[in-house]
Design a protein around this ligand. Structure first.
Ligand code: NDP
Length: 481
């Protein structure tokens, strides 16, 4: 079985402790590789390497930094099949999804920032004939990047690529639940000839490795994606140290369906926005509000289509819903289904763990689940479940549905279905969320600001926002007379 290694100062290394953690294949419920159980010593080494590499990397001309990033993008593309297979085994997601979404997007992240950095320009402010100000954007230093398990390589590279493009060096930690593709990425970085110490990847537990990165005094900037509780903990350490922080946190996204929508498009997309990646995408619409006179028709069709979704082994072409990521996560999702019933919810379909049989009989599978009959303010409708579980609720008035949609502590994404142009703009304006999709879902332009409001996070990723996060502005004022 593979023993994953840390990537520090250009080398693949064992953890200082020489200890390893079990890595599970969630589709089989079995250990299939080992993860370095790294600690402060490994982080210390990684930060020292990143610090030593920073002066040279930060003044490496942009077009050369760009070449490294583009080379890595191309290597990810060349290794698409291998990486997709690894992601699917590590995470439980359908192979098809890893092949069409996760891995292409990881390559796109490097490509986007490898080219984007060439087009970035800072501002100048003229004071007519008195003075001129120009803004220098200088890379901050060693960036700490911490990512979750749901879109492993996709989200890991979404942080690393802009950090490197901006001239920062990086110490990164993928989720210990899904470390494999980050390990394969370190091999590709070596193949691409990335200078030693520019990117360092330390594997291990959040409480040890993550904590050590966040609290390290030589890491002035933290880019984190994960749960809201972890984000609050990270902020409590990093804020008193005056670190720059970007926090991309949880969500409880509303999907608002008006009766005048393009019904077939809405139905097909709502199946995706509810159950893609087993509902483990921070952008999934988990609360579905349907205008009252469309409700019964929608309910019938949505349940019928959901029942047809094949739950099965990730490698199987027919599979639409693979395994959820881990046993504790499966238990958490099932406990929410139980809670929903206690709160008076009626399960319209799904609701149970599935045994898909054969060598996958120990895997962590849950039927896609639809629940109705719950008020907007119960726990099931307020707390993040992060699994293949949605609730459906009828509404009568726009003001009412907006109030319900905005009633959680979260504000990441939202989806609105209507053919009424005026209403679309009005609702978009009044939703408390960082992202509003009208008549679509997960349509992404990497230039746009990405992030949430309220407990869904602080700051924005994407486009030049990320370049600005990884650089510090410095105003230079020159008197002309
Ligand atoms: P966690 O918050 O549990 O973990 C995220 C990362 O933080 C992991 O690498 C984890 O390591 C690490 N970590 C855990 N504890 C600490 C700590 N004390 N100090 C530093 N790092 C730590 O989230 P999940 O991995 O469970 O991911 C799911 C969550 O991520 C959901 O809430 C989801 O909504 C959110 N998410 C948000 C997105 C967004 O863009 N807003 C996108 C995708 C997901 P380890 O795994 O080793 O514990």
């Amino acid at each position: 079985m593979v023993h994953i290694k840390n990537y520090i100062n250009g080398e693949l290394l064992e953890p200082a402790s020489k200890k390893y953690l079990d890595n599970f294949d969630p589709s089989r419920g079995k250990v299939y590789s080992y993860i370095p159980d790294s600690d402060e010593q490994d982080v210390e080494k990684a930060v020292a390497a990143a610090k030593a590499a920073f002066p040279a990397w930060s003044i490496t001309p942009k077009d050369q930094r760009s070449k490294y990033l583009l080379k890595i993008a191309s290597l990810i593309g060349k290794n698409l099949d291998r990486l997709a297979q690894a992601e699917s085994i590590d995470n439980g997601k359908p192979l098809k999804l890893a092949k069409t979404v996760d891995i292409p997007r990881a390559a796109a992240n490097f490509h986007f920032y490898g080219t984007g950095i060439l087009h970035y320009a800072a501002h100048a402010h003229s004071m007519e004939d008195t003075a001129i100000n120009y803004t220098l954007r200088q890379p901050v230093g060693v960036a700490g990047c911490i990512s979750p398990w749901n879109l492993p390589l996709y989200l890991f590279t979404w942080k690393i690529a802009p950090a490197l493009a901006a001239g920062c060096t990086v110490v990164a930690k993928p989720s210990e639940v899904t470390p494999m593709t980050a390990y394969l990425l370190s091999e590709l970085c070596i193949e691409a000839g990335l200078p030693a110490g520019v990117l360092n990847i330390v594997h291990g537990l959040g409480g040890k490795v993550g904590n050590a990165i966040v609290s390290h005094k030589e890491v002035p900037l933290i880019s984190f994606t994960g749960g809201t509780k972890t984000g609050a903990h990270i902020a409590s350490i990093a804020a008193p140290m005056f670190k720059k922080m970007s926090l991309e946190l949880g969500g409880k996204n509303p999907n608002i369906i008006f009766a005048d929508c393009d019904y077939d498009k809405m139905l097909a997309t709502t199946l995706h926005s509810s159950f893609s990646n087993q509902g483990q995408i921070c952008l999934c619409g988990s609360r579905i509000f349907v205008e009252k006179h469309l409700y019964d028709k929608f309910k019938k069709d949505f349940v019928e289509q959901t029942k047809k979704m094949v739950v099965g082994a990730p490698m199987d072409e027919k599979t639409r819903v693979g395994a959820v990521v881990s046993k504790p996560h499966m238990e958490k999702v099932l406990s929410y289904i139980e809670l929903a019933q206690k709160e008076g919810g009626k399960i319209l379909c799904g609701g149970k763990q599935v045994n898909v049989g054969g060598e996958f009989s120990e895997g962590y599978y849950i039927e896609p689940t639809i629940i109705e009959g719950l008020p907007h303010d119960c726990r099931t409708n307020q707390e993040e479940i992060f699994g293949p579980v949605v609730t459906i609720m009828p509404f009568e008035k726009e003001e009412e549905v907006l109030m319900w949609a905005n009633s959680t502590v979260y504000g990441l994404a939202s989806t609105v279905w209507t053919e009424n142009l005026t209403r679309a703009h009005r609702v978009a304006q009044n939703i408390h969320a960082g992202i509003v999709w009208i008549n679509c879902w997960l349509l992404r332009d990497l230039r746009t600001p990405f992030g949430g409001v309220k407990s869904s996070g602080v700051g924005r990723e994407g486009g030049f926002e990320a370049i600005e996060f990884f650089t510090e502005p410095k105003n230079v004022c020159i008197k002309l007379k």
